[in-house]
Design a protein around this ligand. Structure first.
Ligand code: SF4
Ligand code: SF4
Length: 323
């Protein structure tokens, strides 16, 4: 694993922990009992109750709505759109707690069956990009299934604590005194997530997640946005490779293809790591790397059937930071 992947692993793990613990510390949650949000340890109210109790006037309530709801929501959306317009689905690949699950289950499933998903027709090559051999071992199913179940349960509990006081939920779990509704929520959510994690996790990332979809749309609107570039001038080097980049992609994208076909790329860089390992003895280095600005135009132009030259500076080996 290269330094970039170690860094990504750390950011994913950190964000997953934050996702689970944020409600516990009132960093962000909605309390259905109280009828308002918590944000960074503070009550996040609009003041409706104060208005009804005549403690504030209608204009004050209006200002509250604009300042405490309208502006923060608009600012968050604007920042998210700008980030994805410039860098693509960076949130998905580097932070999203669902994608962490996708990748972890992919890994375990590959050990069990040789495939990233049970829907793949053919197993992946046993030879890994770094030259090591990993043979499928059916005993790993004993890991895959409990892992998916554990992730599903953690997710379900976390989701419930975003709606009801975490101390109540964790207390009720510990003492086995969940209310009927809480038990129903946890059972249904755990079952649904377990099925999704095992059978449809890629499908959700590709077609089911609005956050991912809108990031992709914003990204497609910027021809110079960050993208995995392919040095097609040296494409003959791929002849001796068994498509290690395609095999490494957790989203099952073909990273050498045009931008339109990479709509759901999560900028995880697993493909560039694989190519760097495959090409480690090639003085010219990897054929895949993050590029942007004029180096990104090649992939976008091909969406429309145009073929433009890749500037020489885009794939200079010494500037390849992923090595
Ligand atoms: S194409 Fe590369 S960066 Fe994009 S999702 Fe696949 S492996 Fe990750
Ligand atoms: S781009 Fe790299 S990893 Fe992908 S097929 Fe070519 S040599 Fe192999």
């Amino acid at each position: 694993m290269n330094k970039l992947q170690v860094l990504r692993l750390l950011t994913q793990a950190g964000f997953f922990i934050l996702f689970v613990l944020a409600p516990l510390f009132d960093l962000f949650r909605l309390d259905l009992n109280l009828g308002h949000f918590f944000f960074l340890g503070m009550d996040w109210t609009l003041g409706f109750q104060d208005y009804l109790a005549k403690r504030i006037t209608a204009p004050q309530l209006g200002i509250n709505i604009v300042v405490r709801a309208g502006l923060p929501i608009l600012a968050t959306i604007a920042f998210g759109v700008w980030l994805s317009w410039k860098f693509g689905r960076l949130y998905c690949g580097w932070l999203c707690p669902h994608f962490s699950v996708v990748e972890t289950i992919n890994l375990a499933m590959r050990r069990a069956s040789g495939k990233h998903s049970i829907w793949d027709k053919h197993p992946l090559p046993e030879r890994q990009p770094d030259g090591t051999i990993t043979r499928p071992d059916a005993r790993y199913w004993l890991l895959v299934v409990p892992l998916a179940l554990a992730f599903a349960f953690v997710w379900a509990v976390a989701l419930l604590t975003y709606l009801l006081p975490p101390s109540e939920i964790y207390g009720n779990l510990y003492h086995a005194t969940l209310t009927r509704n809480q038990a129903v929520f946890l059972s249904v959510a755990t079952t649904a997530l377990f099925i999704e994690f095992l059978f449809a996790r890629h499908l959700f990332c590709r077609f089911g997640c609005a956050v991912g979809y809108f990031q992709s749309l914003a990204w497609m609107g910027n021809r110079r946005a960050l993208i995995i570039g392919f040095d097609r001038r040296r494409a003959e080097s791929c002849a001796s490779c068994d498509a290690a980049c395609d095999n490494a992609c957790p989203m099952r994208i073909k990273p050498r293809s045009i931008k339109r076909h990479m709509f759901t790329c999560t900028q995880c860089n697993r493909c560039t790591e694989a190519c760097t390992q495959v090409q480690k003895n090639n003085p010219q280095g990897t054929l895949l790397k993050w590029v942007d600005n004029d180096c990104a135009l090649d992939k976008s132009a091909r969406d429309f059937g145009h073929h433009i030259d890749i500037p020489d500076h885009c794939f200079e080996p010494l500037k390849d930071k992923s090595r």
